[in-house]
Write a protein that binds this ligand. Structure first.
Ligand SMILES: C[C@@]1(CC(=O)O)c2cc3[nH]c(cc4nc(cc5[nH]c(cc(n2)[C@H]1CCC(=O)O)[C@@](C)(CC(=O)O)[C@@H]5CCC(=O)O)C(CC(=O)O)=C4CCC(=O)O)c(CCC(=O)O)c3CC(=O)O
Ligand SMILES: NC(=O)C1=CN([C@@H]2O[C@H](COP(=O)(O)OP(=O)(O)OC[C@H]3O[C@@H](n4cnc5c(N)ncnc54)[C@H](O)[C@@H]3O)[C@@H](O)[C@H]2O)C=CC1
Length: 230
C-alpha cells in the first residue's frame, strides 16, 4: 500500500523519517523540571525562564548562572541526584545530565502525556529544542531534527542580519495597523487587499530608517484611499 502522506516524508537510507510537528508552546506558570546543572541545563533553563515557566533544577552541582537565578528566586534548585518522583508533577521535562543512563531513567520515569526532552537521545524525546531568534513578536526557530544542532545555530546567526532589531518595532506596527484595518474595513475583498498592501516593503524600510511619521502617513493613505499608489 502506498503511503498517503508522502509530501513531507523524506527518506534516509531507505527508512521513512516522519517530520516533526512544530509548535510554539505557552509555558507561563507551567511546571518544568530540568535534570542536570551544567552548560546544557543552563541554556535550556534560560529559555524556559524567558517563557515564564516555573522551573525546578535537579542536580548536585549547578553553574554560577543557575545559582544566581536561584538566589533571585527565579529557579528552584534541588541539590541532589535524580529520583523518579522528581518528574511526577512536571508539564515539561529536560534531561541533560552527563550520564546517559540517568537521562534514560528520566525518560522511563515520565508518563506518556508529559513533554520530555532527552538531551543526548533525540529518538526518545517527545520534542527537541530548536535554535531560536526572537525579535519581539517574531520568533524564528530552526531545527535539523537532530542531524546537526551546530548548523541550526549557524543558520540563526545568518538570519540575525536579515531580520535585524528593527523587526521588533516593525512587528508592533504591523500588529496595531492590522487590528486597525480589521476594525475599519468590513468588505472581505477590500480587507484582503489592504492587509496584503500592509506588507509593502516600504513599511519595513521606513521602520528601519525610524521614519515613523512618514510610515504613519503612508498607513493613513492606505486606509483612507484603499491603496498605496495612485
Ligand atoms: C537533538 C537535540 C536535542 C535537544 O537538546 O533538544 C540536540 C542534541 C545534541 N546536541 C549536541 C551538540 C551540540 N549542540 C549544540 C547547540 C544546540 N543544540 C540545540 C538543540 C539540540 N541538540 C537538539 C537538536 C536541534 C537540531 O537538530 O537543530 C540548540 C539548537 C538549542 C538548544 O539547546 O537550546 C543549541 C544551539 C543554541 C544556540 O543557538 O546557541 C552545539 C553547538 C554549540 O554548543 O555551540 C553542539 C556541538 C556541535 C554539534 O554537535 O553540532 C549533541 C552532541 C553532544 C555530545 O558531544 O555528546 C547532541 C546529542 C545528540 O546528537 O545525540
Ligand atoms: N542537546 C544539546 O544541546 C546538547 C546536549 N549535550 C549532551 O548533554 C549532556 C550534558 O552536557 P553538559 O551540560 O555540557 O554537561 P556538564 O558536564 O556541564 O553537566 C552535567 C550535569 O549533570 C549533573 N548530573 C550528573 N549526574 C546527575 C544525576 N544523577 N542527577 C542529577 N544531575 C546529575 C552534574 O551535576 C552536572 O551539573 C552531555 O552528556 C551531552 O551528551 C551536549 C551538548 C549539547
Amino acid at each position: 500500500m502506498p503511503r498517503t502522506s508522502t509530501v513531507l516524508d523524506f527518506k534516509v537510507q531507505g527508512a521513512v523519517i516522519l517530520s516533526a510537528y512544530p509548535i510554539h508552546l505557552q509555558l507561563k506558570d507551567r511546571p518544568a523540571v530540568v535534570i542536570g546543572g551544567g552548560k546544557v541545563a543552563e541554556r535550556k533553563t534560560r529559555s524556559l525562564l524567558d517563557a515564564g515557566a516555573v522551573i525546578t533544577v535537579i542536580s548536585p552541582v549547578v553553574t554560577s548562572a543557575i545559582q544566581s537565578w536561584v538566589g533571585e528566586g527565579r529557579v528552584i534548585w534541588k541539590n541532589k541526584t535524580f529520583q523518579r518522583d522528581d518528574v511526577k508533577d512536571a508539564f515539561l521535562i529536560i534531561a541533560c545530565t552527563n550520564d546517559r543512563s540517568v537521562n534514560g531513567e528520566v525518560y522511563e520515569a515520565c508518563n506518556g502525556r508529559q513533554l520530555v526532552n532527552i538531551a543526548d537521545d533525540p529518538e526518545k524525546s517527545t520534542f527537541t529544542v530548536p535554535a531560536v531568534l526572537h525579535r519581539g513578536r517574531l520568533c524564528l526557530s530552526v531545527s535539523t531534527s537532530g542531524a546537526s544542532p551546530g548548523l541550526s545555530k549557524q543558520i540563526v546567526e545568518r538570519l540575525e542580519s536579515e531580520f535585524d532589531e528593527s523587526y521588533e518595532e516593525y512587528l508592533e506596527f504591523l500588529f496595531t495597523a492590522r487590528k486597525r484595518i480589521l476594525g475599519a474595513e468590513s468588505d472581505p475583498i477590500r480587507k484582503k487587499q489592504l492587509l496584503s498592501q500592509l506588507l509593502d516593503a516600504r513599511f519595513a524600510e521606513l521602520t528601519k530608517q525610524r521614519e515613523m511619521k512618514e510610515r504613519n502617513r503612508l498607513l493613513n493613505r492606505l486606509i483612507s484611499e484603499g491603496k498605496l499608489d495612485t
